[in-house]
Design a protein around this ligand. Structure first.
Ligand code: HSE
Length: 446
């Protein structure tokens, strides 16, 4: 839809009145004058579709029909735009198709839907002359979709590095600052409305990976099915890892990376050590951050709240205004996002040359350290530092039982290829003295 000079209210439909939907209503109602100035005409919520109409809402609703039937929006010709603010794949996908087919432009915050079905939905919208706006789907309130898709259009983007999941970042920050357990920090994130309905998608890295697939498409043009991106979540991080990292001058963050490498894309989502004092390490709580390198502009850094009601609603309402004034239609048409000729990305194997942080739990007996450093040396890996704390408490009890105690060997390597470290760890983990699977995290020093 484009602004046609009318000052009549634009009637919109909301699908979903959960955390984000209620935030959208609050902005549209509380800031109505301001929104009218930006959109050139009032924006009026005309109908809402929800799963449970009896449920209490976190906003004062205007007197509108609330139903469970998407048809109350799709069949109403006076509604020209719908905000699809429900998560998950179904019924979200079917509802998006119905809305587009009935002539509505769509604004959505549903990154899972776009990461999974983006190409077919964008193709459908284009064929029907409609648009899909999705600023809220990535990094909540940070206007990163507009920044990459429009403001940085002069640049060949070389790399993206981001903290894209607010829940994971909130959990890591609480563990690091309060010594909270993982479970306590997760419960708090849920109570604050940051987490997905199924929080395993936050903590296993799925949410960040889906966002990285969308950002990479905007930045590099290629489309990567998100399931092909190597992914590790924060459910592999424990408090000891956080403490060892701090001892070395680092924090642990869930970092999503995509960069060009010999005409291919190298991508991954994984916990990594980030140096204290660098912007990623100073990204705390539910904040997200995105660092982008463009060939003309150099490195840029974006920081803001990436989850939660009002930051996400801020992005949704901006998309609603952009759609009303016609900006979305222009961007949608000119950038050719997810068109039929979008190339499928060729993923490079992730073989970053970087420092690595290793935690290897071993039986504390003579020769073990030498054996492990020997294996690293055999793979051409040079060691920058080693930490082994005296296992005093457990040592006394274990000595009584004449069993050598277990200790953690924490090793920081110099720059080396990830592939060499992974091969070395396969040999190390086969040693008798090694207890369980070792941990290896990449280290980002800048
Ligand atoms: N659950 C997401 C997060 C917010 O924690 O970042 C919506 O994408």
């Amino acid at each position: 839809m484009a602004h046609n000079g009318s000052t009549q209210p634009v009637r919109i439909g909301l699908v979903g009145l959960g955390t984000v939907g209620s935030g959208v209503v609050r902005i549209l109602v509380d800031s109505a004058d301001h929104i009218t100035r930006h959109a050139g005409r009032p924006i009026e919520v005309a109908a809402a579709v929800v799963r449970d109409p009896a449920k209490e809402r976190d906003c004062t609703l205007p007197a509108i029909p609330i139903s469970t039937d998407i048809g109350t929006i799709s069949r109403d010709p006076s509604i020209t735009l719908a905000a699809l603010l429900v998560g998950g794949l179904e019924p979200a996908r079917s509802m998006m198709v119905e809305l587009l087919e009935s002539g509505k432009d769509v604004v959505t915050a549903n990154k899972a839907l776009l990461a999974e079905h983006g190409p077919e939905l964008f193709e459908l919208a284009r064929r029907l002359g409609r648009s899909i706006a999705f600023e809220a789907a990535v990094a909540g309130g940070i206007p990163i979709v507009a920044a990459i898709g429009e403001c940085l259009a002069a640049n060949r983007i070389e790399s993206i590095r981001g903290i894209l999941n607010g829940t994971s970042n909130f959990i890591l920050t609480r563990m690091e600052e309060d010594g909270s357990s993982y479970a306590e920090a997760l419960a708090l994130a849920q109570a604050k409305g940051f987490a997905e309905a199924d929080p395993s998608m936050d903590v296993d890295g799925t949410d960040a990976t889906q966002k990285l697939a969308i950002l990479s498409h905007l930045a590099f043009g290629d489309w990567v099915p998100w399931k092909e991106i190597p992914r590790t979540g924060i459910d592999t991080v424990d408090i000891d890892l956080i403490r060892y990292a701090a001892e070395l001058g680092y924090r642990i963050r869930l970092v999503a990376v995509a960069r060009r490498s010999n005409g291919r894309l190298a991508m991954r989502v994984a916990p990594a050590l980030v140096k204290i004092g660098t912007p990623l390490a100073e990204t705390r709580g539910a904040y997200n951050a995105v660092s982008i390198v463009g060939d003309a502009v150099g490195r840029m850094f974006f920081h803001g709240l990436g989850a939660g009601q009002m930051p996400t609603a801020s992005a949704v309402v901006a998309d609603i205004i952009d759609t009303v004034v016609g900006r979305t239609a222009i961007t949608f048409r000119t950038t050719g996002l997810l068109s039929a000729d979008t190339p499928a990305a060729k993923l490079a194997g992730v073989d970053a040359s970087e420092r690595h942080f290793l935690r290897i739990v071993v039986t504390d007996r003579p020769g073990v350290l030498a054996r492990i450093t020997g294996i690293l040396g055999d793979h051409g890996i040079s060691i920058a530092s080693v930490i082994q704390h005296d296992p005093i408490a457990t040592g006394a009890a274990a000595a009584a039982a004449s069993v050598p105690p277990d200790v953690a060997l924490v090793i920081m390597t110099h720059l080396c290829p990830s592939s060499a470290v992974h091969e070395a760890l396969l040999s190390i983990d086969r040693c008798d003295a090694v207890r369980g699977k070792s941990v290896c995290l990449g280290v980002l020093d800048e």
